[in-house]
Design a protein around this ligand. Structure first.
Ligand code: DX5
Ligand code: ZN
Length: 219
C-alpha cells in the first residue's frame, strides 16, 4: 500500500453516469474512494443518500471513505457499516458525545474518522486523538465541491501532526477541499497522509492521468 493516499471525491463526478466515473477511479492509481453525505441541515446542501451509496459500493474496488456532513450521525452508524463503508468520518461539530460515537463506529468494524471545520482548533481532539484513526481537516467550509483552499490549513496540519506525535497516536491526517497539484506537495510535507480531490480530478480532461500525476507529486 502507498504511504500517502489519494481519495477522489464522488461529489464532483457525473451523477448521470456514475458507473463510468467509478470505473475510472477503479482503474486509476487512487487508493480510496471519498463519499460525501450531506443532509441539508449540518451543511446548506443535500448530496445523496443510502440507495446511491449502495449502488456506488457495489461497483467500487477501492477502500470506501464515507464523510458524513449530517447532524446526529449516531443514528446511521450501523446503516453505513452495512452499506460497505470502511472508514466512517463524523464531524466534531455534530457530535455531543464524540467519544461514544467513535466507539460505536469501531464496534461496527469500521475505522473511525473525525472531521474538523475550518474554525475548529485541532486541540479539541487532545483527549480523543489516540482513539481516532483519521482526522479530516476541512480546507474549505463543508457543503460544496469546487471551493478555494483555505491557506490556514497548512498551520492546522502542522499543529495536528505535532499533537499526534506528542500523544504517540497513529492517526492519519486527511485534507478535504480545494486540493490541487498546487498545494498537494506542501500538505504532505506538513504531515498530511490522505488527499481528497474532487473537482481537480473529475473536471480534468483525463482523470486517470491527473491521479497518476498527483501520485508522482506526493510519493
Ligand atoms: C466538501 C466535501 C469535499 C468535496 C471536495 O464539503 O467534503 O469532499 O467533495 O471537493 P473539491 O476537491 O472540489 O474541493
Ligand atoms: Zn468530503
Amino acid at each position: 500500500m502507498n504511504s500517502k493516499l489519494i481519495a477522489p471525491s464522488i461529489l464532483a463526478a457525473d451523477f448521470a453516469n456514475l458507473q463510468k466515473d467509478i470505473e475510472i477511479v477503479n482503474a486509476s492509481e487512487a487508493d480510496w474512494f471519498h463519499i460525501d453525505i450531506m443532509d441539508g441541515m449540518f451543511v446548506p446542501n443535500i448530496s445523496f443518500g443510502m440507495p446511491v451509496l449502495k449502488a456506488i459500493t457495489k461497483h467500487t474496488k477501492k477502500y470506501v471513505d464515507t464523510h458524513l456532513m449530517i447532524v446526529d450521525p449516531d443514528r446511521y452508524i450501523k446503516t453505513f457499516a452495512d452499506l460497505g463503508t470502511n472508514n466512517l468520518t463524523v464531524h466534531y461539530e455534530a457530535c455531543t458525545h464524540l467519544h461514544r460515537t467513535i466507539q460505536a463506529i469501531k464496534s461496527e468494524e469500521m475505522q473511525a474518522g473525525v472531521a474538523l471545520n475550518p474554525h475548529t482548533n485541532v486541540n479539541v481532539l487532545e483527549d480523543t486523538i489516540n482513539d481516532i484513526d483519521l482526522v479530516c481537516v476541512m480546507s474549505v467550509n463543508p457543503g460544496f465541491g469546487g471551493q478555494s483552499f483555505i491557506e490556514n490549513t497548512y498551520n492546522k496540519v502542522r499543529q495536528l501532526k505535532e499533537l499526534i506525535l506528542k500523544k504517540g497516536a497513529s492517526t492519519k491526517i486527511e485534507i478535504d477541499g480545494g486540493v490541487t497539484n498546487k498545494n498537494a506537495k506542501q500538505l504532505i510535507t506538513q504531515g498530511a497522509d490522505v488527499l481528497v480531490a474532487g473537482s481537480f480530478v473529475f473536471q480534468s480532461e483525463n482523470p486517470i492521468k491527473t491521479i497518476s500525476e498527483l501520485r508522482k507529486l506526493i510519493n
